[in-house]
Design a protein around this ligand. Structure first.
Ligand SMILES: Nc1ncnc2c1ncn2[C@@H]1O[C@H](COP(=O)(O)OP(=O)(O)O)[C@@H](O)[C@H]1O
Ligand SMILES: N[C@@H](CCC(=O)OP(=O)(O)O)C(=O)O
Length: 371
């Protein structure tokens, strides 16, 4: 692994996967797989947020146009998603890459238990060097619970796994001063910095014109706004440009680069502090306090007491023997369960509780140390 290894989320839209046609464009997917393999080889962790299920469903049924009704889209996605995964499975295999299907809805990210499940699964996949292929779970996502477009989904995934970089690949070279398919004078906006995205850029970023995608440049800018506020840098660039990912990671000035407005660690700390359950927490012994300060996870053996009311997936404070808050994190077990395993070895969790969510009460990936 190289020193500056990165966690990168790549969002690929229908317009790129089909190369603007009504069918999946296999050479395009092959080029993507080859580039992802290169990144993983250099030590980066990579997740793909892939659209295309509806387009593949349309291809299979010979469906003429992108339907407006949600049930029709759900039907097409249900037909297309398994074939899409099958294509990824086969093509990524050529480059020695393993893929995993991850289907999410908004609820999975807003509900605390589902949030921790999604986060832990993605963390494990990334650590194993497997490429999670994430899409919205369109077949169950009704209006109330859907995210609605994969640009916003990619920002939520970037947030979920605290990515360093989000690359949104599309059929344009980036955000232009006006929709380039309508205006010949449109200029590429190369970078966006500063606390607020300027109003002119919001006004320039319009909807989709190609009859393939959902949301156009507007949802890409919404996604960039979410990501940069949680410490992730964003690049919107052309998925049709050769070797785009390597070139971007090597620092070439391509596409529209949108800089993060906060530091990732600071963002995580703020998120944790804002969401911590009041009057609840875990007291730990001196050995556990030392382990945490060296980057270790919180194991039941180092716990002296769990107090208050908290559930799996809640954010709780950790107090050292002097009573000082030394860490804060997402807890893998509810308070009542932590009480039963307090002071015990992790190997005993399953026999004591009848189930186990892992050896750690708080995994170090889900924790922030408080200075
Ligand atoms: N200011 C802009 N700059 C570039 N593209 C824009 C702009 N405003 C609207 N668009 C449209 O956004 C489209 C890309 O979004 P979309 O069709 O949803 O693609 P994808 O399938 O990659 O998500 C472009 O083809 C273009 O028509
Ligand atoms: N979940 C849908 C994609 C929705 C979407 O945002 O599409 P796109 O604008 O092409 O990224 C599908 O798989 O077809």
């Amino acid at each position: 692994m190289h020193a500056d290894k990165k966690r990168i989320i790549i969002k690929v839209g229908t317009s790129t996967l089909t190369a603007g046609t009504s069918k999946l464009h296999l050479p395009q997917i092959t080029a993507l797989a080859q580039q992802l393999a290169e990144l993983i080889k250099r030590g980066d962790q990579v997740a793909l947020v892939s659209s295309g299920a509806i387009a593949v469903g349309r291809e299979r049924l010979g469906y003429p146009a992108l339907p407006k009704s949600i049930p029709a889209k759900q039907m097409l996605a249900a037909i297309g998603q398994p074939r899409l995964m099958n294509v990824y499975e086969q093509i990524f295999d050529i480059y020695g890459l393993k893929v995993a299907q991850v289907l999410l809805t908004r609820e999975d990210i807003s509900d605390r238990k589902r949030y921790i499940n999604a986060r832990n699964t993605l963390e494990s996949l990334l650590e194993q060097g497997v490429v999670p292929v994430v899409n919205e779970n369109d077949t169950v996502a009704t209006d109330e619970i859907r995210i609605g477009d994969n640009d916003n989904l990619s920002a939520l995934v970037a947030n979920l796994v605290e990515a360093d970089l989000l690359v949104i690949l599309t059929d344009q070279e980036g955000i232009y001063t006006a929709n380039p398919s309508r205006s010949k004078d449109a200029q590429l906006i190369r970078e966006v910095r500063g606390a607020e995205i300027p109003k002119e850029i919001w006004e320039a970023a319009g909807g989709s014109q190609n009859g393939l995608g959902t949301g156009g440049m507007h949802t890409k800018l919404q996604a960039a706004e979410i990501a940069r506020r949680s410490g992730t840098e964003v690049v919107i660039a052309s998925g049709l440009e050769p070797q785009i990912l390597q070139r971007l990671v090597d620092g070439e000035a391509l596409g529209t680069r949108i800089y993060a407005v906060v530091d990732k660690l600071e963002s995580r700390k703020r998120f944790m502090l804002a969401g911590a359950v009041p009057r609840a927490g875990i007291r730990i012994d001196a050995g556990a306090a030392a382990a945490l300060s060296e980057g270790g996870s919180l194991l039941p053996v180092g716990i002296s007491e769990a107090y208050g009311k908290f559930e799996r997936g809640d954010i709780v404070r950790v107090k050292d023997p002097a009573g000082k808050d030394c860490a804060i994190g997402l807890v893998n077990y509810a308070c009542e369960d932590v009480k039963k395993i307090t002071g015990k070895r992790s190997s005993e969790i399953e026999s004591l509780l009848g189930f186990a969510y892992g050896d750690e009460v708080i995994h170090h990936n889900n924790m922030t140390l408080l200075g």
